[in-house]
Design a protein around this ligand. Structure first.
Ligand code: FAD
Length: 472
């Protein structure tokens, strides 16, 4: 087969990897000048002329991301590029700290330990907590979508009647991590995430981070691996139009060339896929009702700061934050990546990155920056007097929305045209997974479907929670 892969993020590159390994002719076109999409990295320059790798920001590589790890092992068999994150503290206002370190990995021991450890849950609060919706977390299964998808995460969390402070510390970071505003995020999607990340995750709520920028740590080696297997790779090349009425399919690219292929993997972001469907009505028709579910959620902001003085030595490499305005987390980059560590050694300061997920669309850049910086000053007071030597601010709007009630229309990997497959972190999968793992698993699935065999294994955790048979 000659297979065309549109989009060079994790989804597209995963599909390309399996297809190229199977000996097929693969062409990948990526609109940006770099590989990796939302997990990619590109070169920018500091005011003193030093080049550095900028990214959309910190990414957690969870241990139960089995497909992603299988992809990474292609170029790094021992996963040396990953390093364990010791803890994942959540910092609240007035010095509150919630830690997820060393939790048991099985349910209900993990829940009991977490509740016991949470100072904002007292014995008197427990009778108020509603048992049935709380147990629904442990009852994830196919029925969850029918029962809960019509409600929002806010409806669900309200129904638990957790003490307000405990709810903030335990759940707010979690629901924000999917970029969707809580009151416009499907309760069923949230329950699936609880199941996948925490309650049915034998690896525990721990993750690794990359020692290196994503470009040198993963995507450039992976591009080399694909080229060695004969794949033709093009960056800076956008897919403009498809002619699905022909066999082979005709694909018009931004450089004016037309490629022909027997099969197509669309590993595009949601806006990319929508744009292509608008330019190619037969693709819109093929996607049918699914088009309505293909929406982006609120924008996210990343602000990286090069400070003239270091943060306190005991600060965590990555910490979630709640109750600090739009700020959702703080990364101390010299504790994460070698490149920033070298800068800090040379200049004595800190490289700090602030994230805000699901930023209200009405907020302007100056207000976002001010609120995130204020959050940093509150959480890490030693930064109050620090001078910002350089900063990079990104505001993007390309993460998928998971609106209440959208599940039924969401597309899967297969389409009605057996030559055309979808892959991406918005795609419906038959087992629980999310974000980078869903992107990779859907890419592998797309390749398997085109090959007509389960060539690439799709390892995953338990598809159902321990209480699923009670259909709570
Ligand atoms: C700030 C931030 C933090 C995150 N943190 C985490 C985390 O900690 N853990 C985690 O698991 N996930 C995290 N994610 C999510 C993760 O990055 C995504 O789930 C994953 O990268 C999605 O991969 P994808 O291949 O589905 O989509 P993308 O990476 O969006 O890839 C789609 C590609 O298609 C390209 N494209 C679009 N249109 C066209 C066109 N017409 N022609 C050619 N190419 C086109 C785009 O340029 C892009 O490269 C984070 C995301 C962000 C933004």
């Amino acid at each position: 087969m000659r297979v065309f892969v549109a989009g060079g993020g994790l989804a597209g590159l995963s599909a390309a990897t399996v297809l190229a390994e199977a000996g097929h002719e693969v062409i990948v076109a990526e609109r940006e000048e770099f590989w990796g999409g939302r997990a990619g990295a590109w070169t920018e320059t500091l005011p003193d002329g030093t080049p550095f790798q900028m990214e959309r920001g910190f990414h957690a590589f969870f241990r139960q991301y089995h497909c992603l790890r299988a992809l990474m092992r292609r170029v790094d068999p021992d996963l040396r590029v990953l390093q364990p994150a010791e803890d994942y503290p959540v910092l609240g206002p007035e010095g509150a700290v919630q830690t997820f370190r060393d939790l048991p990995t099985s349910t209900p021991a993990n829940i009991a330990t977490l509740a016991w450890r949470t100072p904002t849950i007292g014995l008197f609060d427990l009778p108020r907590v509603r048992l049935k919706p709380t147990l629904a977390m442990m009852a994830y299964g196919d029925h969850t979508w029918a029962k809960w998808d019509g409600l929002s995460a806010t409806d669900y969390l309200d129904a638990l009647r957790f003490p307000a402070e405990a709810r903030r510390m335990l759940f707010e970071v979690f629901s924000h991590s999917f970029f969707n505003p809580e009151d416009d995020f499907s309760a069923a999607e949230l329950l699936m995430q609880f199941h996948f990340y925490f309650l049915a995750n034998p690896e525990g709520l721990v993750f690794d981070t990359m020692r290196e920028p994503f470009s040198t740590g993963l995507f450039e080696p992976l591009a080399g691996y694909l080229r060695e297997r004969g794949a033709s790779l093009r960056t800076g090349t956008s897919v403009e139009r498809l002619n699905l009425g022909r066999d082979p399919i005709a694909i018009t690219l931004s450089d004016g060339t037309v490629e022909r292929a027997d099969a197509l993997v669309l590993g595009l972001s949601v806006p990319g896929l929508r744009g292509l469907a608008q330019a190619s009505p037969p693709l819109g028709a093929l996607l049918g009702d699914a088009m309505g579910s293909l929406q982006t959620t609120w924008p996210f902001a990343v602000h990286r700061l090069w400070l003239d003085r270091p943060v306190r030595a005991d600060r965590a490499p990555f910490a979630g934050t709640v109750g600090l305005g739009i700020l959702d987390n703080i990364s101390v980059y010299e504790k994460l990546e070698t490149e920033s560590a070298a800068w800090t050694r040379a200049h004595g300061g800190s490289v700090v990155e602030l994230h805000a997920y699901a930023v209200p669309p009405t907020m302007d850049e100056a207000a976002m920056k001010a609120e995130m910086l204020q959050g940093l000053h509150t959480a890490y007071p030693e930064t109050r007097g620090a001078k910002v030597l350089h900063d990079v601010f990104l505001l993007r709007e390309d993460c998928p929305a998971f609106r209440p009630g959208s599940y039924a229309a969401r597309p899967g990997v297969a389409t009605a045209d057996p030559r055309v497959k979808l892959a991406g972190d918005y795609v419906k999968m038959p087992f629980p997974c999310a974000l980078m793992e869903r992107a990779t698993a859907s890419g592998f699935t797309a390749a398997n479907q085109l090959l007509g065999e389960a060539r690439e294994p799709l390892p995953h955790g338990p598809p159902r929670g321990p209480l699923a048979r009670f259909r709570l």
